[in-house]
Each structure stands twice: as structure tokens, then as C-alpha cells.
Design a protein around this ligand. Sequence first.
Ligand code: AP5
Length: 215
Amino acid sequence: MRVILLGPPGVGKGTQAKFICDKFNIVHLSTGDLLRQAVKDGTEVGLNAKSYMDKGELVPDEVVVQLVKDRMAKPDCANGVLLDGFPRTLNQAVVLDEQVKKINTPIDVVVLLFADQEEIISRLTGRRTCPTCGRNYHIKYLKPLVDGKCDDDGADLIQRPDDKEETVKNRLVVYEKITKDLIGYYEKKGLIVSVDAGGEIDQISKDILEKLNSR
Ligand code: AP5
């Protein structure tokens, strides 16, 4: 199965991606995670990407497309993949179409998550992340067992630099101006299923599963 998870920053793509990938035994391919890893590793791609990410701007298409092509070529993606945060521009979507055509593995479904902007801002500004393993928490909705520490490895949780309120607002503007065009693109292909992501995490997972199973 090949799934695209589409929706604004902070709507819960990463949270639901984990659930879907565990359920269907497919690879979670998050361009945000790949880029943050490149930043952490200090690679040329990472150094280049950081300045865009810190401002909440999109990293240039050619950089992101290459990361995705390399990752999708790995053998573990043969069983299926969930694309989280990619594509984000029409150009990226066209390149992805060409790529999946070449390897004869079409996209099966695009899950579109939506929620109120106020809820999204509260989710992002309250998110805390483990710098070691990348696990996400929330100061109100998903607290760690020990305040400020990761449940898995005990590392001190941090706030992602792009989760500061001003940057969050810019990320939302970028989504509205650029990424939202992809909804029409995939609607025309008949691939979109929409899920209200404004409620409880478990209920959203159930709704996604129901929609995926009924296709
Ligand atoms: P990326 O990492 O992809 O960020 P994003 O799309 O902005 O999404 P987030 O990871 O911030 O949010 P999410 O929807 O996954 O929400 P989450 O589940 O964590 O991209 C970062 C940057 O990288 C971009 O700005 C750009 O610069 C660059 N980039 C990435 N891909 C690119 C591309 N293709 N092209 C160009 N540039 C690219 O949830 C958020 C919080 O809410 C968490 O704390 C969570 O615990 C909580 N939460 C989740 N669901 C619920 C719920 N139902 N109720 C209450 N709380 C909830």
C-alpha cells in the first residue's frame, strides 16, 4: 500500500502515521524527519535546509525530491510506504507521479487531515520533542511520565525551533498558499479521503482505519 498523508502542519500527521504504518506494516517516510536528521548529522543537505526550516519556509524541491527518491529506492519500501509531509508542492507531486509510474507502484490513497487553525497552533506550540529519538509529546495532550523527560530514553525534551508561535504562523501561511493546491490535484485523481482530525487521537485513528478499509 502507498499512502500520502496530507494536511497542515501540526494537524497530527506524524502521530497518525505511526499508527497507520504499524497497522499495515509499511515504511514511514517523513521528509521533515529526513531533513532534521540531515541537520543533526551536519551534512551539506542539512546545512542548506536548516535556514529554510527555521523560518518555516519550504526547502527547495530538488533537495527534498532527491531525499525521497533515495529513501524510496531502499528495499524495505517495496512492501509499502506512507509519505508524511511529501509532496508539498505541485512540482513535487508531478515528480512523485513520474517516480511511482517508473517503478509501477501507484499511490493508492491520499488521507487528508483537517482541523481548526486555533487547535493546530495550540498543538504545535505545546509540542515537545525528544532530541535523541524524535518522539513527540504535548504539554497538555500527551504528557511524558516524568515532566520534561522522554519516556523512552530519559533525554531532556526540547521545543523544535520551528514550533515557536511566529514560525508556526508562517508555516500555516505557506500551507495555505502552496501545499493546499494539492487537494485539488489529488481530488481530480479520485484519491482523497478526508478525516476530521480535530478530536481525540484514538478516535481519529479509528476513523482513518475505517476509511482505508472501506476503499
Ligand atoms: P514537517 O516535519 O513535515 O512538519 P509539518 O508538516 O509542519 O508537520 P509537523 O511534524 O509539525 O506536524 P504533524 O502534522 O506531523 O503533527 P504531530 O503529529 O507531530 O516539516 C518541517 C519543515 O521541513 C517544513 O516547515 C519545511 O521547512 C521542511 N519540509 C518538510 N517536508 C518538506 C517538503 N516536502 N518540501 C519542502 N520542505 C519540506 O502533532 C503535533 C502535536 O500535536 C504533537 O505534540 C502531538 O502530540 C499533538 N497531537 C497530535 N494529534 C493530536 C490530537 N488529536 N489531539 C491533541 N493533540 C494532538
